[in-house]
Design a protein around this ligand. Structure first.
Ligand code: WTA
Length: 705
C-alpha cells in the first residue's frame, strides 16, 4: 500500500483510502503453536466440528450450542427471522438459567467449589462456595426478592455491587424468577447508577455497604442514596434499597440507612432460611439481563440479552475457546459489572460446572506479585484478562511471574487490541510458553466471543484476534458498502453477516436506536426478511489477512486522519511499545494547519527508567520505521501515568482535550483523576484551564472508550 498520498492523480484514484479504511502498516507476526499436552486434553480438537459450522449448515449448526443446556421444553424453531433485525433463537423452547448454572450441577458436583472468592485484604481468608451452598443461597435470595420485595417475572432490578460472591448470588436469584437484572459496574458513580435505574425502570436497587480498593474500605452505600435521588429527580421512584454487608453482622458504611426504604439483606434472609424457590421456566427469548454500554453519542444503551440464546452462546464459547472443564480452576480477572464478567465469570463457567475465581480488588495491591500469588495458592489453570492489565502487570513487575509456582494451561485476552510486545510477555513470561493464548474479540452487544483462535486447532498470531468463531461469518466493508476481501491489505468496517445466538435482542426501550446503530449502515433492503440483507455493524476497524486471521484496529472513530491517511491509534501505540523503555502509550490527534491532523504521543515508562529526550527520540524513530514518516508525532510526552477508566481503559478523549487545549469535561469516573491536571500543566504550562473549541472529529475522538 502507498505510504502517503503523494502519487499522481491516477495512482491516487487507485490507491485512495476510502473513509472506512485505515492505513495498515503492521507487519504480520509469525505463528505460535499450542503444546501437545494442551491439545491432548482440549475440548475442541475435532475439525469435523468446524466443518459442521460452515455457512451451509446455518442456523441449525447452533443446535450443538443449545444442546449443552438443560431445557424444560425443547425448541421448535432454531432461528426465527420474521421480524428483522429482531432475531429470535430457539423459539418455543423453555429453560431456567439458574437451574442450568446451579441445580443441574448438584448431583455430580454438589461438594465442589462453584465460586472461590479472594478478598483484596490478603490476610482475610479465602471463601469457597460449593454448588450446594450456592444453591441454598440463590434459593434464599430468590425468596427475598419474590416474597419480601414482591418482584416477579419481567420486572427489572438494578444491582450496583462490587466483586463479592453476593453479586452472582443476586444475579442468579433474579434469573431463577425471570427477573431482569441490570448490573451497574461498582466503580460507577451514584449518578450514573441513577440514570440506569431510570432507563430500566427498576423499583428495587441492590447494593452493598462497602468494599476494599487499594487497601481502603470504601463507602459504597452512599452511592445508593445519590442514585435514588437522581432517579427520583428524573421521575423514577425506587421503593426499596437492599443492602448487603461486606462483613457479616457489621455495617461498614458511615452513611445511614433510610427508614422504610433501606433494608439489610441479612435481616430479610432470616425470614427465608432454607426456602426453596422453584426455577421459573422461561421462554428462550425472554430477556435475561440488561447491560449498559456507552455509544458515541447520547445516553448509555441498555443492551438486552436473551435467556436461551445468550446462555447457549456463552456456555459453548467457554467450553470451546476457554477450554473449561469441570475440573478446572478458572480465573477471569474482569469485573462482573462488565459484560466479560457476566458471560465469563458467572454464566458460562457455572453452566459448565467449573470453579470460577473472583477477586475483589486491584490486581497490583499490595504489590505486583499479587495476581501470581493468587494463581499459585488456588491452583488456577485458566487465566483470562485484558491487555491493559497485562501491560500494567508487566510495567510494575516484569519478572514477578517467575517467582511463583502456578501453571496455566491456557490464557485469554479481551477488551482491546493487544500489542505484539505485550502479547509476547504474556506468552513467554506469564504463560511460560506452555499456555495457549486466545485473543477474543467481541462487544457488550455480542454476548460472547466473535473472533478467536480455537486453542487446540489454530496457531496463535500475536496481535491478531484470529479467525471468526464457529458459525460467525464476518465481512469487511469500505465506507460505501464495497467488500474488502481477505488478503487485500486494506482495512475497513467489520460486520457480521449473520445472526448468532448471543447477539443483543434490542436496546431496552429504544428499538429504533437498535436498528439505526447496528443495522442501518449496511442494510440492503429494509423490508427484507432475509438475514443476509442485515449485516451487523460492529463499529470497529479491522483488516483480514490472507490466512484468514482478523486483526482488530479499534473503534472506527479512534482513528487519526493525517493528510487524508487514516492511521489507527492502536497501530501507532503498538509501534511505541517496541521501544523497551515504554510501558504504555496513547496516541491522540491534534489539529495541524498543514497535515490536517497529526498524532501526538503520550507514553509512560517502565519503573526505574529515567525520562529524557533520547526516549522521546526513540519513540519517534520507532513510529517512523514501523509506520512511516507520515505518522511522525508532533510531540512525545512522557507522563507519570495515563488517565484511566475504572475498568482500566486509557481515556484518550481526555488526552486529546489537553493536547488541543479544550475543556476536558467530566473526569470524576476516572480511577486516577488527579493525574489529569498534572498532565495538563505539563503540556500547557500553569495558568487557567484553556477552553478552545475544536473540530467535531477531535471533540468526538475517543468518546467510545
Ligand atoms: C474492543 C468487551 C481488539 C473493540 C468484551 C470492541 C477488542 C470493544 C478486543 C468492545 C480484542 C474488545 N481485540 N479489540 N480482542 N476485544 N475489543 O463493549 O473495539 O466493553 O468494539 O466489550 O472493545 O468493548 P466492550
Amino acid at each position: 500500500m502507498a505510504e502517503a498520498h503523494t502519487g499522481t492523480p491516477e495512482k491516487d484514484d487507485e490507491d485512495r483510502l476510502t473513509e472506512a479504511e485505515i492505513a495498515v502498516h503492521w507487519k504480520e507476526e509469525s505463528f505460535f503453536h499450542p503444546t501437545p499436552k494442551f491439545i491432548g486434553q482440549a475440548n475442541l480438537t475435532d475439525p469435523a466440528v468446524v466443518e459442521s459450522f460452515q455457512e451451509k449448515h446455518f442456523p441449525e449448526c447452533f443446535r450443538a450450542y443449545a444442546d449443552l443446556l438443560t431445557w424444560d421444553k425443547y425448541w421448535t424453531t432454531t432461528l426465527d427471522t420474521s421480524n428483522p433485525p429482531f432475531w429470535k433463537w430457539f423459539v418455543g423452547g423453555k429453560l431456567n438459567v439458574s437451574y442450568n448454572c446451579v441445580d443441574r450441577n448438584l448431583a455430580k458436583y454438589g461438594n465442589k467449589a462453584a465460586i472461590i472468592w479472594v478478598s483484596e485484604a490478603e490476610d482475610e481468608p479465602v471463601v469457597s462456595i460449593t454448588y450446594q451452598e450456592l444453591y441454598v443461597r440463590v434459593n434464599e435470595m430468590a425468596a427475598v426478592l419474590r416474597d419480601s420485595c414482591g418482584l416477579k417475572t419481567g420486572d427489572r432490578v438494578t444491582i450496583h455491587m462490587p466483586m463479592v460472591p453476593e453479586l452472582p448470588v443476586t444475579m442468579l436469584a433474579c434469573a431463577r424468577l425471570g427477573v431482569i437484572h441490570s448490573v451497574v459496574f461498582g466503580g460507577f458513580s451514584g449518578e450514573a447508577c441513577g440514570a440506569r435505574i431510570v432507563d430500566s425502570g427498576s423499583r428495587v436497587l441492590i447494593t452493598m455497604d462497602g468494599y476494599y480498593r487499594s487497601g481502603k474500605l470504601l463507602d459504597h452505600k452512599v452511592n445508593a442514596d445519590i442514585a435514588v435521588k437522581k432517579a427520583e429527580s428524573d421521575g423514577t421512584k425506587v421503593e426499596k434499597v437492599l443492602v448487603w454487608k461486606r462483613f457479616s453482622g457489621k455495617y461498614s458504611s458511615p452513611t445511614p440507612m433510610v427508614e422504610g426504604r433501606d433494608h439489610f439483606v441479612d435481616d430479610l434472609l432470616k425470614h427465608h432460611r432454607g426456602a426453596l424457590v422453584p426455577p421459573v421456566s422461561m421462554p428462550a427469548e425472554a430477556p435475561l439481563f440488561l447491560m449498559y454500554t456507552s455509544g458515541s453519542t447520547g445516553k448509555p444503551k441498555g443492551c438486552q440479552h436473551s435467556t436461551g440464546g445468550y446462555l447457549a452462546y456463552v456456555t459453548a464459547t467457554s467450553k470451546f475457546i476457554q477450554d473449561i472443564h469441570p475440573t478446572d480452576i478458572y480465573w477471569c480477572m474482569a469485573d462482573i459489572g462488565w459484560i466479560t464478567g457476566h458471560s465469563y465469570i458467572v454464566y458460562g463457567p457455572l453452566a459448565l460446572a467449573a470453579t470460577s475465581v473472583m477477586y475483589e480488588g486491584v490486581p497490583t495491591y499490595p504489590d505486583a506479585g499479587r495476581v501470581w500469588r493468587i494463581a499459585e495458592r488456588l491452583g488456577v489453570n485458566i487465566f483470562h484478562t485484558s491487555p491493559t492489565s497485562i501491560r500494567m502487570l508487566r510495567k510494575l513487575g516484569p519478572d514477578e511471574p517467575k517467582k511463583y509456582h502456578y501453571h496455566f494451561k491456557c490464557m485469554t485476552t479481551v477488551g482491546e487490541p493487544i500489542e505484539p510486545e505485550a502479547w509476547l510477555w504474556y506468552y513467554n513470561t506469564v504463560g511460560r510458553r506452555e499456555a495457549a493464548i486466545t485473543d477474543t474479540w467481541w462487544q457488550t452487544e455480542n454476548g460472547g466471543f466473535l473472533c478467536s483462535t480455537k486453542p487446540a486447532l489454530d496457531p496463535m498470531k500475536p496481535g491478531s484476534a484470529g479467525p471468526p468463531m464457529l458459525g460467525i461469518y464476518p465481512v469487511i466493508y469500505d465506507e460505501h458498502g464495497k467488500e474488502i476481501p481477505p488478503g487485500a491489505g486494506k482495512a475497513g468496517n467489520i460486520c457480521i453477516r449473520n445472526p448468532w445466538p448471543g447477539i443483543l435482542q434490542t436496546i431496552w426501550g429504544d428499538p429504533d436506536r437498535f436498528v439505526k446503530n447496528y443495522y442501518a449502515k449496511y442494510n440492503k433492503d429494509k423490508n427484507s426478511k432475509d438475514w443476509r440483507d442485515w449485516p451487523y455493524f460492529a463499529g470497529d476497524g479491522a483488516v483480514w489477512a490472507g490466512d484468514g486471521y482478523i486483526r482488530i484496529l479499534g473503534r472506527v472513530d479512534d482513528v487519526i486522519n493525517v493528510a487524508g491517511h487514516r492511521l489507527g491509534t492502536k497501530e501507532l501505540e503498538s509501534a511505541c511499545l517496541t521501544v523497551p523503555e515504554i510501558a504504555e502509550a496513547a496516541v491522540v490527534p491534534i489539529v495541524d494547519a498543514e497535515r490536517g491532523r497529526v498524532p501526538e504521543v503520550y507514553v509512560s515508562l517502565k519503573p526505574g527508567v529515567k525520562a529524557g529526550p533520547e526516549i522521546a527520540e526513540k519513540v519517534t524513530k520507532a513510529i517512523e520505521t514501523t509506520i512511516g514518516k507520515i505518522a511522525r508525532p508532533k510531540a512525545v510526552r512522557i507522563v507519570p501515568d495515563m488517565p484511566k477508566t475504572r475498568s482500566g481503559k486509557i481515556m484518550r478523549r481526555v488526552l486529546a482535550a489537553i493536547s488541543n487545549e479544550m475543556d476536558y469535561g467530566d473526569i470524576t469516573t476516572l480511577s486516577n483523576p488527579e493525574v489529569v491536571e498534572q498532565i495538563r500543566v505539563q503540556v500547557q504550562g500553569a495558568g487557567p484551564v484553556k477552553k478552545k473549541t475544536a473540530p467535531e472529529d477531535i471533540r468526538r475522538f475517543g468518546e467510545t472508550t
